[in-house]
Design a protein around this ligand. Structure first.
Ligand SMILES: Nc1ncnc2c1ncn2[C@@H]1O[C@H](COP(=O)(O)OP(=O)(O)O)[C@@H](O)[C@H]1O
Ligand SMILES: [Mg+2]
Length: 513
């Protein structure tokens, strides 16, 4: 990590920034200073106000009060074009690309000084040159919607480089990436920083903070609570505690392993891709007992998603059987499967899972209205519903003004927590959780893991798909590794070793390890 000089005029100085949204004080008199060549890690729980602060720096929101100085001058930033003219560019938490346009068109879209008919040949050439220089593989003529998430993100980065940004804001750039893609992105960032660019980097991953940043700044409930050199941080735990404002547990409480009856039984499952080719699920067999967490490890894209879709009725299989709670549920509908007691936390929580216009409270209780917990003689008891919702809001630390707020006003991480809380709580014997802690802050991650274990201790069978071995080793009782649609092996978590799991994830057969 290169040294930075702090005696020059800072490239960015945000002074006393305050921003309200209806019912929320998103930023409360926040100061932030960024020097040339510096990487500032901006940390905080979901809903702490990080994206809001950065959105003001790129002109998407206006502060209620406070000033922004860029390279020493008081700046009046009213649009992304204004901030780009000052050399500031942002990669957003949700990508802002136009799906049905090409890579090249997206890169120049909205540029101010572009002629009416853009010189596409020239643009393509410059894109190719930049992508070589930074080792960013992109094809200018590909259409955005045909690209993977990782590829789309490379386009976003290229867009900033193309426009000559030297102050980069990265809002949780690795949250949506596979571990391999995240590593590639981090290499690209290092190249950009070596050229003297500065960056504000929002992430929940502590290893990235320690590896990349010079300075750490923590926001909590809209306030800046601490700024310190990364070098001065002795323990990652201290950072986590600073963000949450209490001690975060890094070891979880769990009852003894006490497996009961088989609740999920998958036999010789086969799923073929539409249009032919290698099976996406290739002869998969395993079973999960009550009181057991069955983890699935593997690099994303090796059939984990299809496996969980087959179990929850979203994907038809071509062969094999699925028994759930003792019943043959092979190729049944999602509704029939829910009725046998299966809860599902899908990977894609943006498109499925909540009704944006409904309140947080109603979203939390909608699966339970008809149960004795919330109604009597078929009449919903509003008082019980309110108490129930408040309990889940507290348990999962959902940041919302109150339970009557529409879900669509919550930050992304808090929408996720709402789904997790509802699904985990309503689990009727079988819980299928796909990347449940992806994109969540440390406090919420802890709550999610602890609650998965709680369901196990209550006798649920839990299927947990995760990309993080650390999470699987901490939470699961058994770990299966998937590679190219097959299960490479199933290991007792207490005997599992990271290196061994890593080899299996890469497709190395057990006899060769
Ligand atoms: N456009 C908006 N309208 C209303 N409330 C918002 C809006 N954007 C953010 N908020 C609220 O402001 C707070 C901070 O959100 P955000 O900056 O997205 O947090 P972070 O990025 O740290 O997770 C949250 O309580 C969120 O619900
Ligand atoms: Mg955010």
């Amino acid at each position: 990590m290169s040294e930075i000089t702090t005696d020059e005029t800072p490239v960015v100085r945000m002074v006393n920034i305050t921003k309200h949204f209806p019912g929320v004080l998103a930023n409360d008199q926040v100061d932030l200073t960024l020097h040339r060549g510096e990487v500032l890690a901006l940390l905080g729980e979901n809903g702490a106000g990080k994206s809001t602060l950065m959105n003001m720096l790129v002109g998407l929101y206006q502060a209620d009060s406070g000033e922004i100085y860029v390279k020493g001058e008081l700046a009046d930033i009213n649009s992304p074009q204004d901030s780009m003219a000052l050399g500031i560019g942002m990669i957003h938490q949700e990508f802002m690309l136009v799906g049905n346009m090409s890579v090249a068109e997206n890169i120049v879209l909205g540029m101010k000084d572009l002629p009416f008919v853009p010189p596409m040949a020239e643009i393509r050439e410059k894109i190719t040159e930049l992508s070589k220089r930074y080792g960013l593989q992109v094809y200018p003529d590909k259409i955005i919607q045909d690209l993977s998430v990782g590829e789309q993100q490379r386009v976003e980065i290229l867009k900033l480089l193309y426009r000559g940004a030297d102050i980069l804001i990265l809002d949780e750039p690795t949250a949506v990436l596979t571990p391999g893609e995240a590593r590639d992105l981090n290499e690209i960032l290092k190249k950009m920083l070596a050229e003297g660019k500065s960056a504000i980097f929002i992430t929940h991953k502590m290893d990235e903070v320690m590896e990349f940043s010079h300075t750490v700044q923590v926001l909590r409930r809209g306030k800046s609570v601490s700024v310190c050199p990364t070098k001065s941080i002795k323990r990652v735990q201290d950072l986590a505690n600073m963000m949450v404002g209490r001690d975060v547990l890094f070891s979880l409480e769990r009852g003894p392993y006490n497996p009961g009856e088989v609740k999920v039984e998958v036999k010789d499952l086969l799923a073929l891709p539409v249009g032919g080719g290698k099976p996406v699920l290739d002869n998969i067999s395993f079973s999960i007992r009550g009181g057991e967490i069955f983890g699935i490890a593997g690099v994303a894209g090796n059939g984990q998603q299809q496996l969980t879709e087959a179990i929850t009725g979203l994907l038809k299989v071509n062969g094999g059987t699925i028994y759930l709670n003792g019943k043959d549920m092979t190729n049944k509908t999602p509704l029939q499967i829910i009725k046998t007691g299966v809860s599902h936390i899908p990977a894609d929580r943006g498109r499925m899972g909540v009704v944006g216009d409904m309140s947080v409270g109603d979203n939390l209780s909608m699966k339970k209205y008809r149960t004795v917990e919330l109604s009597a003689h078929n009449i919903i008891k509003r008082g019980l519903v309110r108490k129930f919702a408040d309990r889940l809001i507290e348990l999962f630390t959902i940041k919302t003004p109150n339970q009557d707020t529409s879900v669509k006003f919550l930050s992304g991480g808090n929408i996720q927590k709402t789904i997790l809380a509802r699904e985990i709580d309503s689990c009727g014997g079988i819980l299928v959780a796909v990347y449940p802690s992806r994109g969540l802050d440390v406090g919420a991650t802890e709550a999610v893991r602890q609650n998965l274990i709680k369901q196990r201790d209550k006798g649920c069978a839990v299927l947990l798909v995760s990309e993080e071995l650390e999470e699987l080793l901490m939470v699961a009782d058994k770990i299966a590794v998937m590679f190219e649609g097959r299960i490479m092996d199933i290991i007792d978590a207490k005997d599992a070793k990271t290196e061994e799991l890593g080899m299996l994830m890469a497709g190395v057969e057990r006899r060769d390890i």
